[in-house]
Each structure stands twice: as C-alpha cells, then as structure tokens.
Design a protein around this ligand. Structure first.
Ligand SMILES: NC(=O)C1=CN([C@@H]2O[C@H](COP(=O)(O)OP(=O)(O)OC[C@H]3O[C@@H](n4cnc5c(N)ncnc54)[C@H](OP(=O)(O)O)[C@@H]3O)[C@@H](O)[C@H]2O)[C@@H](O)CC1
Ligand SMILES: Nc1ncnc2c1ncn2[C@@H]1O[C@H](COP(=O)(O)OP(=O)(O)OP(=O)(O)O)[C@@H](O)[C@H]1O
Ligand SMILES: [Mg+2]
Length: 314
C-alpha cells in the first residue's frame, strides 16, 4: 500500500505561482438526466476538490438547471439530448484533459447513441476516459467501443463487473480469485485499466494487479462511486502528464486508479468518524481536502503555501 501511495504522490503537480487557471486540469463529466442529477454533480465537484481548475458537466437539458443549482462552481452544458449533442461536446474536447463518462447518464437509447459518438471523438483525440455507471452499461452492449483503447479506465461495482465479464468473456467471473478475474477482463479488453470496487478495490491493466485495502467505512450510501470516478478523472490526467518515469515503470493509469480508490475510502473513513450512520456522499466530499493532504500532499501543498517558481513551472 505505502509503495503505491508514494507513486501517487509522485504524480501530484505542485501548486506554483507561475501556473495559470486550467493547468491543473479541466475535466468533463458526461451524464445527468431527469432521474439522476446527484451522480454527475458528485463526480464533477469531486474533480474540482481533488485539484482540477475547471469542471464541466454535459447533461440533458432539463437536468442542467438542477445540477447548476447545486453549485456555482460547475460549468453545465444542457446538450446531451440535443440532435447536435456529439458536435456540441466535441467542440469542447480540445479544451478538456479528461472525460468521466456515465455517472447519472441513464439508459435512454438516444442518449447512449450520443455518448457513443462522444466516446469515439474522445478516442480520436487520445483523451483519457474514465467510464462508470451507465457508461459501463453501454460498453457491455458494445465492448468494441473501448477495445484496445489504453487510455480508458473502467470503474465497475460488483454488478457492473459481472455484466462486463459476461459480455466480454461469456462468464460473470463471480467468486474465486478477484485479482485474476480483473486481470483477465482487462487483458480481454486489450489492456484497458479495470477497477473492480468492493470490500477491497482490485485494479489491473492486464499486466499487473493491485489491491487497495485502505480503511473505508461500513456505510454503503449511493454516490461513493461517483466521488471515485470524478477524482480519477483528475488523477488520470496528472499521472499521464507525469509519465511512467514518475510511476517507476508502472502504468500511470494503474497508479491514478489506486490513488482514487485510496482517496475515496479515506474520505469514507473520515466522514464516518464524524457522522456515523448518518454519513452521506456530501459528507465524504467535504473530507476530500483533508483526506488528500493526509494521503498524498507534497511539502509545498501541505504548508498550504505556494511553491516558488523555477523548476516547478517547467
Ligand atoms: N444521487 C444520484 O443521483 C445517484 C445516481 N446514481 C446513478 O444511478 C444509475 C444506476 O446506477 P446503479 O449503480 O444504482 O445501478 P445498477 O447497476 O442498476 O445497480 C443497481 C442494483 O445493483 C445491485 N448492487 C449494487 N451494488 C451491489 C453489490 N456490491 N453487490 C450486490 N448487488 C449490488 C443492487 O441490487 P439489489 O440489492 O436491489 O438486488 C442495486 O439495486 C447510474 O446512472 C448511477 O450513476 C448512483 O451513482 C448513485 C447516486
Ligand atoms: N464492502 C465494502 N467495504 C468497504 N468499501 C467499499 C465496499 N464496497 C464498496 N466500497 C467502496 O465504496 C466506493 C464505491 O464503491 P461502490 O461499489 O459502492 O460503487 P457504486 O455502486 O458504483 O457507487 P454509486 O452509488 O456511486 O454508483 C469505493 O471506493 C469502494 O472501495
Ligand atoms: Mg456507480
């Protein structure tokens, strides 16, 4: 655990006076429909609180006003159910560093078709993409969408993992050796990184498997996976920017995924210490800052200070 946490620390960019808004990350969340407005909010606000400078949400028109009303900090585009949804999102892609696809997306066929186009456009640009929730439903219907795309990370819960394994390997891979199951699924998808969430989180890029057993909490309230996928959007960008020399040869996305799992579980633990059974995802989001400092902060950030200019700005 400690060695993997150190690799995460290596990819966290220092805060420095010479940096401008946007350099620490501009993240897009694709999701949000009339039924589910909480999930894209949780993912997008988590990305900001982990350290991204700007966080966008691309949702359906009627979900957008609701999501905006939760937070003035998010930039919300009411485009996902528009006939020009793919072009509307595509024009933002050059300004984004990573996409998180699926929280609160729902399973409407028109929306899923639009998301398919958005995924294809993101792949063509080589953008890192975290796929969660209903985005995983889409991938289970059409695994070819992400087959062999090594900048994709899938974050299935127990049910979503079984659905994917059934679709890709013809076997839900329930029970038995979880590391082996996650490794097999990743390999079958052409080394797409897979994070199987659960009592412990198991992460594989098809070459290596890591287990994150950071202490979390016994609360299983909805939205904790959204915190994880939003955080991972930022960490994936940072890890790819830092490159494998900072991750001692391990895949940057494997390290980023480990970081997001450890952070989510630490938030759960800290929130539970304060709120016990009443803990909700909103309480966990309030813990992102302190949990991040505790797990990963570099000396510059830990002081709350800004590092001097010089090599940090290169
Ligand atoms: N506030 C919001 O807006 C939120 C919105 N959200 C959004 O909701 C959408 C649907 O996502 P989802 O994960 O609820 O859907 P789905 O895959 O149908 O699973 C549902 C069923 O699976 C089961 N089950 C789950 N985990 C299990 C386990 N470990 N082990 C065993 N069984 C398990 C369990 O079945 P049951 O216990 O009823 O048998 C459960 O009822 C998606 O867009 C998501 O982003 C959420 O992000 C939450 C916050
Ligand atoms: N049994 C467990 N014990 C400890 N932590 C868990 C357990 N199950 C899940 N978690 C943690 O909760 C977080 C979310 O995982 P979960 O399986 O609840 O995702 P999810 O179902 O996609 O959540 P969401 O409600 O956001 O859709 C992960 O960080 C995971 O490590
Ligand atoms: Mg989920």
């Amino acid at each position: 655990m400690e060695a993997a946490l150190q690799l995460v620390r290596n990819v966290v960019p220092p805060l420095a006076a010479c940096k401008h808004k946007g350099q620490a990350g501009r993240i897009g969340v694709v999701g949000g429909c009339p039924e589910y407005t909480g999930a894209p909010y949780f993912a997008a606000i988590s990305a900001l609180k982990v350290g991204a400078d700007l966080s966008h949400v691309f949702s359906t028109q009627d979900a957008a006003a609701v999501i905006k009303s939760y937070s003035p900090e998010l930039i919300v585009h009411p485009v996902l159910d528009s006939p020009s949804a793919v072009q509307d999102v595509e024009k933002w892609l050059p300004r984004l560093h990573a996409l998180v696809v699926g929280p609160g997306l729902g399973r409407d066929d028109v929306l899923l078709e639009n998301v398919k186009g958005i995924l294809e456009a993101s792949k063509a640009r080589g953008m890192p993409v975290v796929i969660d929730a209903d985005g995983l439903w889409l991938v289970a219907q059409q695994p070819a969408l992400i087959q062999g795309y090594r900048k994709a990370v899938l974050t299935p819960n127990h049910v979503e993992f079984s659905r994917l394994a059934e679709a890709v390997l013809g076997d839900p891979l329930d029970g038995g050796d979880r590391s082996r199951a996650v490794l097999r699924l990743s390999r079958a998808l052409g080394n797409v990184t897979v994070v199987q969430k659960g009592e412990q989180d198991v992460i594989s890029d098809g070459e290596q498997a890591l287990t994150c057993s950071q202490e979390g909490s016994g609360r299983r309230c909805g939205g904790q996976g959204d915190l994880l996928s939003g955080s991972l959007g930022v960490l994936a960008h940072w890890a790819l920017l830092a490159g494998p020399e900072k991750t001692s040869g391990s895949s940057p996305l494997l390290v980023a995924a480990f970081g997001a799992c450890a952070l989510t579980r630490q938030c759960a633990r800290q929130a539970f210490q304060k709120h016990g059974r009443a803990t909700t995802t909103t309480d966990m989001i309030r813990e992102i800052g302190p949990a991040f400092s505790r797990l990963f902060e570099t000396s510059a950030g830990a002081d709350g200070g800004v590092a001097p200019t010089g090599e940090l700005c290169l």
